[in-house]
Design a protein. Sequence first.
Length: 139
Amino acid sequence: MSGFSVQVVVRGYETDTQGHLNQAVYLQYAEHARWSILQEAGIRQSDMVEAGVGPVVLETTIRYLRELRAGDAVGVTCVFDWGQGKSFRITQTITKADGTVAAELTSAGGLLDLKERRLLPDPAARFKALASAPDVLGL
């Protein structure tokens, strides 16, 4: 699944003294897209809590390529690469309306057992079981 994207407009209060998007806000946009893709797949946050699981970010790398300014409309993509084991990769791109890539994010994630406080051994299987549209997540 490579077509998932959410739209965000940069708000003035998210910018720093140089007038461009504060570096921490890129992480918030990425988080918004990750929760949005889960919702699109039919997984609500409350469903995960009821199932006793929760997603966790283990690592994130951001490549800042072009500045974003207040009023810029951007799309934030989200693609999962499930692989093997307890973790998975997420690739995200923040793209301006004119097609210019502003940032690329790569993350490692996992699915935490909320009672045991340990990563589940097969997060893809659990996400697939929770989703009503697992194809949105590439499952």
